[in-house]
Design a protein around this ligand. Structure first.
Ligand SMILES: [Zn+2]
Ligand SMILES: [Zn+2]
Length: 347
């Protein structure tokens, strides 16, 4: 098999010929059809997350390693204990845990402290084959575009799980989505399909905001514009009850948190990085609820994929590229040049 691998953080990926894994027991070998590229891939590739004040949360990974966790592919071989059929096509749930800890046992494998994430600890979809430990991590995507299907395992799941944390959304409640990138756009589509609401979308890019408006945003605002904060407060009749921040930068959080009414909830999803400073008395006085949301559980994935199979979620803009463009795609994503999702296609 071949894999586009990281050999050094931040350096161009290298196309390596490596041994194709042989599935044993419950394992399933998937031939990658396509793998969407996500901002987390950029952070993993850069070697960590910006904690602000010049500090980094470093992610020392053994090199070489193979990125890619938004995978759609076809079963080509199974271990002796697996009864999944060769030739079937699936999206892979990649946020796999150890299976034995308290979090894994209660169904929150994505919060496991000894994770076996596909595309991080385990070789991912920048390779043309991927080994999955069990068929329970495979999800039928119905007749979804095969190049987009993998995005439901991360951007779709992340959006769905974050939206669940703010739900239920009252009819008169204005929900704000901050960031109209791949995950924010997915959240807009899922908010309409699963939560019966049309969010307000905020970004700094007018082109992305126009696409959000065409895709059902109830209103859009460019946060670079003067007086935009007052305009949003006015538009929402005093502020929103929920804001979901898919950027997660110092700028976005400091801007967004002030758009909420008392009792409002701020869900931080994006991993752009930096530090957050907020006057402590305002947290109790305003009964401010600040919550983090990280990808989603296997249960969330099952709920989301049921919606996907019913064709309830409108597609987001997609750019399919040959897998050999993996390095360039990471750079384009880092530089904000991707509208919607980019997908690497393996021939
Ligand atoms: Zn992702
Ligand atoms: Zn665990």
């Amino acid at each position: 098999m071949i894999a586009y691998q990281v050999i050094e953080s931040g350096k161009p990926l290298v196309c390596n010929k490596i041994q194709t894994p042989i599935p044993k027991g419950n394992e399933v070998l998937i031939k990658t059809i396509s793998c969407c590229v996500c901002h987390s891939d950029v952070h993993f590739y850069d070697g960590g997350f910006d904690l602000g004040a010049g500090k980094m949360l470093e992610l020392p990974l053994p090199v070489p390693y193979t990125l890619g966790h938004e995978i759609y592919g076809e079963v080509v071989e199974t271990g002796e204990l697996s009864d999944v059929k060769v030739g079937k096509k699936f999206v892979i749930y990649p946020w796999i845990g150890c299976g034995g800890c308290e979090m894994c046992v209660r169904g929150d494998e994505h919060l496991c402290n000894s994770p076996q994430i596909i595309g991080l600890q385990v070789s991912g979809g920048f390779g043309d084959h991927v080994l999955v430990p069990h068929a329970k991590y495979l999800h039928d995507a119905g007749d979804t575009d095969p190049h987009l299907a993998g995005a439901f395992a991360c951007s779709g799941l992340t959006a769905y799980s974050a939206l669940k944390k703010g739900a239920p959304y009252l009819a008169n409640n204005k929900v704000i989505i901050i960031g109209a990138g791949g995950v924010g756009m997915m959240a807009l589509q899922i908010a309409k399909a699963a939560f019966n609401c049309n969010p307000i979308v905020i970004d700094i890019d007018d082109e992305k905001l126009n696409v959000a408006l065409e895709n059902g945003a109830s209103a859009t605002f460019n946060s670079k514009n003067e007086n935009v904060m007052q305009e949003i407060i006015q538009h929402t009749g005093g502020g929103a009850l929920n804001a979901i921040d898919f950027v997660g930068s110092e700028l976005s959080v400091n801007f967004g948190i002030n758009l909420l009414v008392k009792g409002g909830k701020y869900v931080i999803v994006g991993l752009h990085g930096g530090e957050f400073k907020f006057p402590l008395p305002l947290i109790p006085i305003m009964e401010r609820d600040i919550q983090g949301s990280y990808v989603g559980s296997p249960g969330d994935m099952s709920e989301l994929m049921a919606l996907v199979r019913q064709n309830k979620i409108d597609p987001i803009p997609l750019q399919a590229r040959d897998a050999s463009e993996a390095s360039k795609t990471l750079m384009d994503l880092k530089n904000g040049k991707i509208l919607g999702r980019a997908s690497l296609v393996h021939s």
